[in-house]
Design a protein around this ligand. Structure first.
Ligand SMILES: Nc1ncnc2c1ncn2[C@@H]1O[C@H](COP(=O)(O)OP(=O)(O)OP(=O)(O)O)[C@@H](O)[C@H]1O
Ligand SMILES: [Mg+2]
Length: 381
C-alpha cells in the first residue's frame, strides 16, 4: 500500500498536448476513479504513472519517492488492461506465476501465492485451462489475479470491465469493490462509465481535454458539480439544463420558466451567495436533476423551495420503479422522474413539483457554477 502524488503533469504526442497540467493525490488504500470521455487522456495518465510512457514535465511520487526516472518494473505497480493481455499459450497457473518466476521468487512462495490469489478470485478450478477456454469474466479475474499475485504498492486498472456484457459488468463491479474492501490496496481505476465511477470510487477525478475538471467524492460531484460538463457527465438520466433569466419578484430572486402554452412560472432560488445578485436580469442556465421534478415529494408540505409547474407530457419512458416524463420548459426538453401511478398520457397536461433547493445555476458563457451553496467542493480547471 502506498500513496501516489501526481503534480502538474504535461504530456505531448507530437504537437498534440494530451495532458495539460494534471495534479492528483491518492491516499494510501484509497480507490480513485479517473473518468472522462473517450480521448481525454485517461489511459495516457495511467501509462505515465506506470512508467510505460515518459512525461514532458511534472512529477510523479509514490509515497515520498519521485519515480519520474524509475523503470516500470521497479515502480511496484501492477496494471490490468482493458484487453487483459493474458499469454494465450500459457494456462492460468502459468499466467499467474510467470511474472513471479522472472523475478526469481522461490517456487514454494509462488505456489502459496497462486493458491491464495486463486481462492480470493474464485479461479482455483480454472488453473489448468488456457485463456481461450475461459469466459470474459473469468479472463478478467485471471488478469486481476496476475496483478494481485505481484502484491504491488499500487494497482492501476484501465477499463477492466469494458469487454464484458452488461450483467457481468455489474457483477464484477461488486466483486472489485469487495476485493478492495478486503485487501485495501491503493487503486487508480479508469473508466468512461460514470455509474462505475460513482459506485466504486472513494474519490473521482473528472477529466476532459487534458484537464481535471473536478476532483472530489462521488456525492460532492453529484450535489456540487463545478461546471456544466461535470454536472452533465455525472448522473443518469443526466441533469436538465434550462436556459432562463434571473429576476426579482417581490422580495425574492428566482428564475422564470415558461411551459409550451406560454404560461410563466416563477421559481425562487436559494441566495446563500452574493454572486447570484450579480446575475440579476441576465441569462443563466438552471441545472436541475430529473428526480427533483416529480409529481410530489414526501417533504413537500410547507417547503418554500418546492413549486408547481404545469406542463404537457411529450413522451413517457417507464423504467419500472419510476417513469421518466419528458416535457418542454423554456423550449428545452426536460426529463422528470415521476411515480408510475401519477403519470398522465402524452398530450395531456400534468402538474409537476420542482424542488428548487437542489437547483444549480451556471454561467452560460463559461459553463462554471454561479453560486457555491456548499463549501468543501474542490472544483478545479
Ligand atoms: N502513443 C500515442 N501516440 C500519439 N497519440 C496518442 C498516443 N496515445 C494516445 N494518443 C492520443 O492522446 C489522446 C488521449 O488518448 P488516451 O488513450 O489517453 O485517451 P482515453 O481517455 O484513454 O480514451 P478512451 O476512453 O477511448 O480509452 C488521444 O487523442 C489519442 O489519440
Ligand atoms: Mg483509454
Amino acid at each position: 500500500m502506498a500513496s501516489l502524488t501526481v503534480s502538474n503533469i504535461r504530456k505531448k504526442f507530437g504537437n498534440q498536448e494530451v495532458l495539460k497540467g494534471v495534479s492528483l493525490s491518492v491516499k494510501s488504500g484509497e480507490f480513485l476513479v479517473l473518468v472522462g470521455p473517450s480521448g481525454c487522456g485517461k489511459s495516457t495518465l495511467l501509462n505515465l504513472i506506470a512508467g510505460l510512457e515518459t512525461i514532458n514535465s511534472g512529477e510523479i511520487r509514490i509515497d515520498d519517492q519521485v519515480v519520474n526516472d524509475i523503470r516500470p518494473k521497479d515502480r511496484d505497480i501492477a496494471m490490468v488492461f482493458q484487453s487483459y493481455a493474458l499469454y494465450p499459450s500459457m494456462n492460468v497457473r502459468k499466467n499467474l506465476s510467470f511474472g513471479l518466476e522472472t523475478r526469481g521468487v522461490p517456487k514454494a512462495q509462488i505456489e502459496e501465492t497462486i493458491r491464495h490469489v486463486a481462492q480470493i478470485l474464485q479461479i482455483s478450478e480454472l488453473l489448468n485451462r488456457k485463456p481461450s477456454q475461459l469466459s470474459g469474466g473469468q479472463r478478467q479475474r485471471v488478469a486481476m489475479g496476475r496483478a494481485l499475485a505481484r502484491d504491488p504498492a499500487i494497482f492501476l486498472f484501465d477499463e477492466p470491465l469494458s469487454n464484458l456484457d452488461a450483467k457481468l459488468r455489474v457483477e464484477m463491479r461488486t466483486e472489485i469493490k469487495e476485493l478492495h474492501q478486503r485487501i485495501k490496496t491503493t487503486i487508480v481505476y479508469v473508466t468512461h462509465d460514470q455509474i462505475e465511477a460513482m459506485t466504486l470510487a472513494d474519490r473521482i477525478a473528472v477529466m476532459k481535454d487534458g484537464f481535471i475538471h473536478q476532483f472530489d467524492t462521488p456525492q460532492q460531484l453529484y450535489d456540487n458539480p463545478a461546471n456544466l460538463f461535470v454536472a452533465g457527465f455525472i448522473g443518469s438520466p443526466a441533469m436538465n439544463f434550462i436556459p432562463c433569466r434571473l429576476v426579482n419578484q417581490g422580495n425574492q430572486t428566482g428564475v422564470m420558466l415558461e411551459n409550451k402554452a406560454g404560461r410563466s412560472f416563477f421559481m425562487p432560488v436559494e441566495q446563500h451567495d452574493l454572486d447570484v445578485k450579480k446575475w440579476l436580469d441576465q441569462e443563466v442556465i438552471l441545472g436541475i436533476r430529473p428526480e427533483r421534478i416529480a409529481s410530489g415529494f414526501y417533504e413537500q408540505e410547507g417547503n418554500p423551495m418546492i413549486h408547481e409547474i404545469e406542463c404537457i407530457v411529450e413522451v413517457l419512458e417507464p423504467t419500472g420503479p419510476d417513469t421518466l416524463v419528458f416535457v418542454i420548459i423554456n423550449d428545452s426538453k426536460v426529463t422528470c422522474r415521476v411515480s408510475p401511478h401519477a403519470v398522465k398520457a402524452p398530450g395531456e397536461s400534468m402538474k409537476l413539483m420542482i424542488d428548487m433547493s437542489k437547483a444549480l445555476l451556471f454561467d452560460p458563457g463559461t459553463g462554471q457554477r454561479i453560486e457555491n451553496q456548499t463549501a468543501g467542493s474542490t472544483g478545479c480547471t
